[in-house]
Design a protein around this ligand. Structure first.
Ligand code: HEC
Length: 100
């Protein structure tokens, strides 16, 4: 009985604390303006706009930081990321990485 309780508690804790650094739920709330180009579920309907769903979290975060710093140069995305904080970037990366 105690073992079962421990297993249930452990499972709950694991669900409640995502493995990723960013907060996917918070990222979802922040993704509204991204959806216009990258699709509501991170799958773009427009050939020139990349899918983000299921992409690696660390990769997504790096691209967003690179757009912001200008290391990766895209005028469209630069305009998108300028207002994002480090936390926003982590949350958005977690959100899109967790989509299928
Ligand atoms: C106006 C359309 C538009 C909007 C809105 C937009 N993006 Fe993008 N995004 C693009 C385009 C175009 C590219 C491809 C840029 C390139 O060719 O380098 C891109 C690329 C990216 C990439 C790199 C993908 C890869 O595979 O390398 C990420 C990550 C990304 N966008 C995230 C976001 C996030 C997060 C938001 C919301 C804050 C957002 N985008 C809003 C058009 C948009």
């Amino acid at each position: 009985m105690n073992k079962l309780l421990l297993a249930v508690t452990t499972a709950t804790v694991m669900i409640a604390s995502p493995v990723f650094a960013g907060d996917a739920e918070a990222g979802k709330a922040k993704s509204a303006m991204c959806a216009a180009c990258h699709g509501a579920a991170g799958i773009s309907a427009i050939p020139m706009y990349p899918n983000l769903a299921g992409q690696k979290e660390a990769y997504l975060a790096k691209q967003l930081k690179d757009f912001k710093s200008g290391t990766r140069n895209d005028p469209t995305m630069k305009g998108m990321v300028m207002a994002l904080s480090e936390t926003d970037i982590a949350d958005l990366a977690a959100y899109y990485a967790n989509l299928k």
